[in-house]
Each structure stands twice: as C-alpha cells, then as structure tokens.
Design a protein. Structure first.
Length: 78
C-alpha cells in the first residue's frame, strides 16, 4: 500500500534556540573576561592579586558560568 506524504510548504529549518545562543555567547564573554583580568593583573603586579581584582574576576567568572547553565536549560526545554 502506498501512502501519500504531505510535506510542509516551508522546508527551511526554523531556529528556535536563538535566545540560548545569545545567552551562551554572553556567558563565554564574561567567563573569558574574568579569567583574562586575573591573568593580566597577575602579570602586572608581579604575582600578587589585589582583593578588588579577585572580586571582579570571581563575579565575572560566576556570571559567565551561570549564563552558560541558563543557556543549557533553555536549550533542553525546547
């Protein structure tokens, strides 16, 4: 028996995870900036890391990781 298969008129794939990609990109940028800030300050200060720099690095790194987790949750929900 032969069955007719109806294909949708619009065959281009629809991207539904644009939000997750944007959030993941922002997380990557925050994470990289946090690590780069720590490395640059370590080089500039002869191995000593000021408390304010450590706080800034930790905030950026945790924010970056949090944004990447949020992106993974958004992608999984779709």
């Amino acid at each position: 028996m032969i069955l007719a298969v109806n294909e949708p008129e619009n065959t281009t794939p629809r991207r539904t995870n644009d939000d997750a990609e944007t959030v993941r990109a922002a997380g990557n940028v925050a994470f990289v900036l946090g690590v780069a800030q720590a490395l640059l300050l370590l080089v500039a200060n002869d191995g000593e890391l000021p408390d304010q720099a450590l706080t800034g690095m930790l905030i950026l790194t945790v924010a970056g990781i949090g944004l990447r987790i949020e992106a993974a949750i958004r992608e999984r929900g779709r």
